[in-house]
Write a protein that binds this ligand. Structure first.
Ligand code: NAP
Length: 279
C-alpha cells in the first residue's frame, strides 16, 4: 500500500523554520497582494495568503481594486509598488478580468519583486540557470520530492500538462535534477503509454480523477497538482487516489498536498526577495 504524502505537514515545518528566521533576524518583510474585483475564489485565495503571511511574520498589504480598473491604472499601481522601498514582493492574484491583458500587467512587476516568478526575465533566468524566482507550485513540488527518501537522478519523470505556471517549469527543475523528463499535453496520443512508464508522475491537467490505477507504474511517486471542485462542493485532484493507492509508493492528496506547499514557497520567495534587497 502506498504512502499518502501530506504537503501540509512539510509546509508546517517549512513555515515554522521561516518564522523562526524572521523573528531571530527581526526582519521586516512585506508582500503586496493585488486583488482585482470580487471573485469569491480569488478572494478566498488572497485571504489564505494573508493568513499564511501572518503565520510567519510577513506583513501582507492587500490592494483591492475595482473590477473596472483599467490596465493603465493597474500598471500605475504596480509601478508605485516597484518603487516603494518598504515592499519586498508583489503578487497579482490571477485571473484578472477579461478586459485586462494579464501578460502585460505581470511584465510590469519589477524582476526583483516578482515572487511568483512569472515575468519573462525570471522565466528566462530559470532556463539559463541564473538566480531567479521559480514559480511557487513547481518549487513546492520539488520540496515534496526532496523530502522523500528517493533519488531523482536517472529516474523517468513524466509530466502531464505543459502550462507556464506548472508543467513547463517543473519539467525544467526535474531535468536540472538529472531526471529523464517526458512532457505530455492534450495532443499526446496514448497518454497512458507514457504515464505507465513514469517513476515520478506529475499530473497538472485540471480534470477530476483523470489518472487511474491502469495508468500508473507499480511503486511510482505520484504528485497530484490538479484542484477540481466536485458537484458536492468538495475538492478532488486529477488522480483517483483510491484507485492508485495500492499500486504506487507515494502520492500527494488533494486537498492538503501541493496546495499548502505553493503558498509556503510564496512566503520563502518573498523572504528571499527581502534578503536580496538587504544585501
Ligand atoms: P492549464 O494552464 O489549464 O494547463 C493544463 C494542461 O493540461 C495543458 O498543458 C493541457 O494541454 C493539458 N491537458 C489538458 N487536457 C489534457 C489531456 N486530455 N491529456 C493530457 N494533457 C491535457 O492548467 P494549470 O494552471 O497548469 O493547472 C493545472 C491544474 O493544477 C488545475 O486543476 C489547477 O487548478 C491546478 N493548480 C494547482 C495549484 C496548487 O497550488 N495546488 C497551482 C496551480 C495549478 P495543452 O497545453 O495541449 O492545452
Amino acid at each position: 500500500m502506498g504512502e499518502i504524502v501530506y504537503g501540509s505537514v512539510i509546509a508546517d515545518k517549512m513555515r515554522a523554520d521561516l518564522r523562526e528566521k524572521i523573528i531571530k533576524n527581526k526582519d521586516q518583510v512585506t508582500l503586496a497582494v493585488i486583488l482585482v474585483g470580487n471573485d469569491p475564489a480569488s478572494l478566498s485565495y488572497v485571504r489564505g495568503k494573508e493568513k499564511a503571511c501572518a503565520q510567519v511574520g510577513i506583513q501582507a498589504k492587500t490592494y483591492t481594486c475595482d473590477q473596472n480598473i483599467t490596465e493603465r491604472e493597474l500598471q500605475a499601481l504596480i509601478k508605485k509598488l516597484n518603487n516603494d522601498s518598504d515592499i519586498d514582493g508583489i503578487l497579482v492574484q490571477l485571473p484578472l478580468p477579461k478586459h485586462i491583458n494579464s501578460t502585460k500587467v505581470i511584465q510590469s512587476i519589477s524582476v526583483a519583486k516578482d515572487v511568483d516568478g512569472l515575468t519573462v526575465e525570471n522565466v528566462g533566468r530559470l532556463y539559463c540557470k541564473e538566480p531567479t524566482f521559480v514559480p511557487c507550485t513547481p518549487l513546492g513540488i520539488m520540496a515534496i520530492l526532496n523530502f522523500l527518501p528517493i533519488k531523482l537522478a536517472g529516474k523517468h519523470a513524466v509530466v502531464v500538462g505543459r502550462s507556464e505556471l506548472v508543467g513547463a517549469p517543473i519539467s525544467r527543475l526535474l531535468l536540472e535534477a538529472n531526471a529523464t523528463v517526458t512532457m505530455c499535453h492534450s495532443y499526446t496520443k496514448d497518454l497512458s503509454f507514457y504515464t505507465k512508464q513514469a517513476d515520478i508522475l506529475i499530473v497538472a491537467v485540471g480534470k477530476p480523477q483523470f489518472i487511474n490505477a491502469q495508468d500508473v507504474k507499480k511503486d511510482a511517486v505520484v504528485i497530484d497538482v490538479g484542484v477540481n471542485r466536485q458537484a458536492n462542493g468538495k475538492l478532488c485532484g486529477d488522480v483517483n487516489l483510491a484507485s492508485v493507492l495500492d499500486k504506487v509508493a507515494y502520492i500527494t492528496p488533494v486537498p492538503k498536498g501541493v496546495g499548502p506547499m505553493t503558498i509556503t514557497m510564496l512566503l520563502w520567495n518573498t523572504y528571499e526577495a527581502h534578503q536580496r534587497r538587504m544585501r
